[in-house]
Design a protein around this ligand. Sequence first.
Ligand SMILES: Cc1cc2nc3c(=O)[nH]c(=O)nc-3n(C[C@H](O)[C@H](O)[C@H](O)COP(=O)(O)OP(=O)(O)OC[C@H]3O[C@@H](n4cnc5c(N)ncnc54)[C@H](O)[C@@H]3O)c2cc1C
Length: 411
Amino acid sequence: MKNLLILGGGTAGTMVANRMTRLLDSNEWHITIVDQHETHYYQPGFLFIPFGMYSRNDVIKPRRDFIPPNVEMIMSPIELIEPEHNRVRLSKDHRLLNYDFLVIATGAQVHPEQTPGLKEHEWEKSIFEFYTADGAVSLAKHLRTWQGGRMVVNVVENPIKCPVAPLEFLMLADWYFHEQGLRERVEIVYATPLPGAFTKPIAAFHLGNILERKGIKVIPEFLIEHVDPDAKKIVAFDEQEIDYDLLVSVPLNMGSEVIARSGLGDDLNFVPVDKHTLVSPKHPNIFVLVDAAALPTSKAGSVAHFAVENFSENFMRYIDGLEMLPSFDGHANCFIESGFGKGLLIDFNYDVEPLPGRYPLPGIGPFSLLQESEMNHWGKMMFRWMYWNLLLKGEELPLPARMTMAGKWQS
Ligand SMILES: Cc1cc2nc3c(=O)[nH]c(=O)nc-3n(C[C@H](O)[C@H](O)[C@H](O)COP(=O)(O)OP(=O)(O)OC[C@H]3O[C@@H](n4cnc5c(N)ncnc54)[C@H](O)[C@@H]3O)c2cc1C
């Protein structure tokens, strides 16, 4: 028997388990997946919790429900990856798991303790985050009775999971405060380390215009050094200061600590990989998927879907002794909820930035790229159903894994 070991039973790891159980002969392969928690979180849903649109129950399901019966599921923290011995050490019972091929899909986690002043005595009093279910629920409680003031949303450093989520949060907050009759009493400020609203210039222009129209102020190139929780201000390395009444932070995102312990990551514990095959350059039997990898594309569930499609085809070639194809192009697409029942959609890859147009059918859509529409909002709301019912189960979707220029408008 050959062993395929998957570390992390989140979005990517679950998709890999489902796909590979269909593709690999069960008489020859044993597939194992390890995760530390019983609960699978639908992370895109965290965005809606602060505004009372979703509750915690809307974003959780038992992890085991999504793992095929012929895959061995082990619940344990992962202690150490030992590539020179082709084995992984688990914390539970110090168990050792040998592998022939390893998939690392341990994701990214938020680390508020890395920014001085952030997670101290004002944490969850005047300082919140919405990148975890607990954080989003606490913020929802706070917003229910908040009487207004200056709300500052700050991204500590990039990369972050779903780089459009802070923008969606700002636009939903604008809508929410309107609904509460509070908008006149709330100033909304976005302090970002980027030079504009988003990374890529065309999308930054479109999204920046929408934020301006909604009266949301963007403070670019703000690199936070510390928070002064008593004076209620954030302070940048260049000594620029921003006062707040309510601070919503997107804390530093880092790869799992097991990556650091195993000496496999960069400064932020993300694992370097070949960006077209997702193979570790140091260890040819280790693949690294999505958030855990140091890849120049978004850390997103949609990327997980496209990456897993590429991975599974390449893996089958690899074990058949064929050369792998450099087929992963960094394809990402993300709905961007913009409030008042509307949304946008962006579709891009390593080389092509988000462009206006229609998607997925050229000229028809039904989704519009980089433009607000009600259809895009419904696409975003449908995503949760698709996530639980299609994406996690590794089902084929009628969307090409590689990005296409058809339907995109170039000026
Ligand atoms: C607020 C928010 C909004 C988002 N919105 C969107 C969106 O609209 N669209 C979109 O496509 N994506 C969105 N995302 C991003 C998306 O959720 C992630 O990119 C995706 O889940 C990444 O999948 P992954 O498998 O790489 O990591 P995860 O799904 O995070 O899985 C990693 C798993 O590894 C496990 N693990 C880590 N370390 C260990 C260890 N030492 N021992 C055992 N287990 C371990 C964890 O428990 C976890 O289950 C959003 C994310 C957030 C936070």
